[in-house]
Design a binder for this molecule. Structure first.
Ligand code: BG6
Length: 278
């Protein structure tokens, strides 16, 4: 596949130094000051891998609320009213965001020194197991989504369309086992050539983020090497996965004021919304 088209920016001859793209959120010097790389991407990029919750859809906050409700109920039952509640920003970002459901449950409990048996995937929501708590959280997410519907980030959707118009291939790479339903509910499923999600990861035995496996599988399903693909992520575990996979570029999407942490975990650039790259 050909690299994305470049367009001339008309700055040649202005005597400007190499373009210091404030747009990218960090200093990036292009070789030729007369050219702007399409959509803020390095020239070698032919494919875009988008995380979903928090990048394409406003569902990260729905997940965070469901995690809080589930963990707070669990902690209250276990420790009484004096329990330390789940912090929907700090705990969510650090232990849960971007990870597959059971990994999120395990990781937060570990942070509190709580060990529970794994149980089995068909454990009911009232089972005191990793699978049981995960089922409880999923029931809450589905209830909230049914109640409120799914909203997209319009700037992200414009960006995905522009990427496709520029000849780039697109995939969704999300840890969520509810990805297909959420894309359908948002009416954006047809904007992607491939999908790797929590269910496919389980079926194919792929390690979850922060391991790079899901993104590598996304690139493979688009028929491109990691060196030709860019990762768009809002989660610390997600940018870490992008960095670990050796992708051409990792764009951190900062919806909650954690730009510095996204950079530390592997983002090459951080934007507040993909609109900034258009
Ligand atoms: O519970 P689901 O829908 O399978 O999603 C798993 C995880 O998917 C990720 O995309 C979200 O960032 C997490 O918050 C969420 O917990």
């Amino acid at each position: 596949m050909k690299p994305a088209r470049r367009r001339t920016r008309g700055l040649s001859g202005t005597g400007s130094p190499a373009i210091d793209t404030a747009l990218w959120g960090k200093h990036v010097s292009f070789d030729d000051p007369g050219e702007e790389h399409v959509l803020g991407l390095p020239e070698a990029v032919t494919a875009c891998l988008f995380d979903m919750d928090g990048v394409l859809t406003r569902t990260a906050t729905v997940h965070a609320a469901a995690w809080k409700q589930m963990f707070d109920d669990f902690l209250r039952e276990r420790e009484g009213e004096g329990f330390t509640p789940f912090d929907p920003v700090a705990d969510y970002d650090e232990y849960v965001d971007g990870k597959r459901r059971e990994d999120g449950t395990r990781s937060f409990l570990e942070s509190r020194g709580i060990e529970l048996p794994e149980g089995s995937p068909d454990d009911p929501p009232d089972a005191s197991t990793i699978n049981g708590l995960s089922a409880r959280k999923n029931a809450l997410v589905l209830e909230k989504l049914r109640e409120h519907g799914v909203e997209v980030y319009p700037g992200s959707i414009r960006y995905v369309r522009a990427a496709r118009d520029a000849g780039l291939r697109t995939a969704v790479v999300s840890s969520s086992a509810n990805t297909a339903q959420i894309l359908d509910a948002a009416g954006i499923a047809d904007l992607f050539d491939a999908r790797v999600d929590g269910l496919t990861a389980k079926e194919r035995g792929l390690a979850g983020k922060p391991a790079p496996d899901m993104f590598l599988a996304g690139a493979e399903s688009l028929g491109v090497p990691a060196s030709a693909a860019v990762v768009f992520e809002d989660a610390l575990a997600g940018v870490e996965a992008g960095r670990a996979g050796g992708f051409a570029h990792v764009v951190g999407v900062d919806r909650v004021g954690q730009a510095e942490a996204l950079r530390r975990h592997g983002a090459d650039v951080v934007v507040k919304d993909l609109e900034e790259l258009l």
